[in-house]
Design a protein around this ligand. Sequence first.
Ligand SMILES: NC(=O)c1ccc[n+]([C@@H]2O[C@H](COP(=O)([O-])OP(=O)(O)OC[C@H]3O[C@@H](n4cnc5c(N)ncnc54)[C@H](O)[C@@H]3O)[C@@H](O)[C@H]2O)c1
Length: 345
Amino acid sequence: MIICSESVTLSLDQFIAEHHPDKVFLLCDSHTYKHCLPAIHLSSPFVPIVIPAGEQHKNLLQCNFIWQTLANSGASRKSLLICLGGGSVSDIGGFVASTYQRGIDCIYIPTTLLAMVDAAIGGKTGINLDGLKNYIGTFQLPKAIFINPQFLQTLSPSEFRNGLAEIIKHGFLADGELFNYCRQPFPDSTDTNFWTSCIQANANFKQAIISTDFTENNIRAQLNFGHTAAHALESLYLVNNEILPHGRAVAAGMWIESYAGAQMGKVSQSMLGLLKTAIQHEFEKVTYSDTDIEVLNQFAGKDKKSSLGKITCSLVEEPGKPLTLVEIPDDTFTLAWKAYIHEVI
Ligand SMILES: NC(=O)c1ccc[n+]([C@@H]2O[C@H](COP(=O)([O-])OP(=O)(O)OC[C@H]3O[C@@H](n4cnc5c(N)ncnc54)[C@H](O)[C@@H]3O)[C@@H](O)[C@H]2O)c1
């Protein structure tokens, strides 16, 4: 159940009244504790659990803290864990809930745009294992997802744009209504009417894909569009001790993969043009040099989606026509990395 409205408290109260958990716990991070928790006014008592904010805390140490807090506060198999936060909080909270006493009920209240349209949907939970991203995790759906677009108003512009990249990706995968959202610059986060319908449509789209391929055996892989190149770019930045925002990386990644696909005759020229316009509205260009390209190809070949070192991508032939598991030769990918930095994109 995914409900996008401005009355998250009402939805939570109803859920608790219907399911009567013996205890309610609410997990948030230090930022959502400050910005989002004050908007939740539950009728029933709950135990707050606060972890430090950020991806670097999506780890076993914090899991242990949450498991210990649940155990010390008397959580049983009939307890409920509410996760209030971005993808870091739903990933770690979902993982803890799916493993505590072999699984307790969990609800997500995503508070970033990325989590509202992507991370909270689909039942992948996970934590990082040292430098290995999302290496430990489970597939477990939350009992409900309650989305309030008003939480977007305290997000930083960069965090907000991370979600826009996934919305643009969905638009190209799905065409129709979702593509229409990406035809002009997006409004700011205060346009609650726009965001309520845009988020609900995007969440429903991801949910529909998940329901036919929960454990990513085939069509779920289309959601990886842009992500092979994006992860390579993010890794290159990390090597230089810099952080490239995920949204900027995905925006660049979609164009780079599409350019490579176009060289192979798998992606139309009009698709490339439409993509360029959509990402230019919102994203600053990612920078790297010709001498980085060999390393970028190595990272792309090592991506989880690639096998035997061969670069493998999900592409979009034209809006509404996704392609999965396309192997792209290294020299074709090299042309695409070059085109991105040397062409006006
Ligand atoms: N499970 C999945 O299918 C899936 C899919 C995509 C991404 N992810 C995961 O999601 C994570 C990224 O998600 P994210 O971008 O939401 O990151 P995040 O949860 O780390 O949030 C980003 C920052 O925004 C802050 N924040 C959250 N909501 C806020 C609000 N309303 N106002 C002010 N600040 C707020 C957070 O405290 C944090 O500092 C990654 O760990 C990624 O691996 C998971």
